[in-house]
Ligand binder design. Structure first.
Ligand SMILES: Cc1cc2nc3c(=O)[nH]c(=O)nc-3n(C[C@H](O)[C@H](O)[C@H](O)COP(=O)(O)O)c2cc1C
Length: 181
């Protein structure tokens, strides 16, 4: 059986270090694990209940479908001004609705990422985990990894790679939340 992991990348930069880490995990994922990087987060309109209708923007429908069809959700993100980048926050808002039945509800959720500081983006990661939990995801606390990008090249360091692959394995092993009757 294949476990599908939807990956939300919090940076829109073409040369994003976090995107490249997500691509590394996709390319080196364990057997039976497929990572799908969800494109188009930058095309999402800002969340607004007035446009959250049956004919919502195609980027919204694509995001919801990508997450609904996944078994797990992994955010890979830097930190902006002490929290998660707006593009990721906005994606989580879209995934949180309809209330109680959003595409992310019940899905095991992890968040990892790096910034070029000794903290590695830990505020962004804590905020993303809290937000996803409130949105209904099942946050896997052991899959919150804030990798400092100082004194190490996070893209080539074997220990960093193993740390992130371990986090991915833990996310895959996590049980989804039981669906309410
Ligand atoms: C608007 C902005 C705000 C930032 N704020 C923080 C911050 O609060 N903490 C931090 O560790 N890095 C911060 N950074 C630095 C980013 O972590 C760094 O640019 C990182 O490499 C971006 O990730 P990426 O390579 O995946 O795009 C900020 C960068 C930008 C552009």
């Amino acid at each position: 059986m294949t476990t599908r992991v939807a990956v939300l990348v919090g940076s829109l930069r073409a040369d994003s270090v976090n995107r490249r880490l997500a691509e590394m995990l996709r390319d080196q994922a364990p057997e039976g694990v497929e990572l799908h990087l969800v494109d188009g987060l930058g095309d999402l309109p800002f969340y607004n209940e007035e446009i959250d209708t049956d004919d919502a923007a195609s980027a919204v429908l694509a995001l919801r479908e990508a997450v609904a069809s996944a078994d797990r959700v992994l955010a890979v993100t830097p930190e902006y001004n002490g929290t998660m980048p707006a593009v990721l926050n906005n994606a989580l808002d879209w995934l949180s609705r309809p209330y109680g039945a959003g595409a992310i509800v019940g899905k095991p959720f992890g968040v990892i990422g790096t910034t070029p500081t000794p903290y590695g983006g830990k505020w962004a990661h804590a905020d993303a985990a809290r937000s996803a939990g409130i949105a209904g995801a099942r946050v896997v606390e052991s899959v919150v990894v804030s990798q400092p990008g100082v004194e190490v090249d996070v893209l080539t360091d074997p220990e960093v790679r193993e740390r992130l692959l371990d986090a991915l394995r833990l996310l895959v092993e996590a049980e989804p939340a039981p669906v309410a009757a």
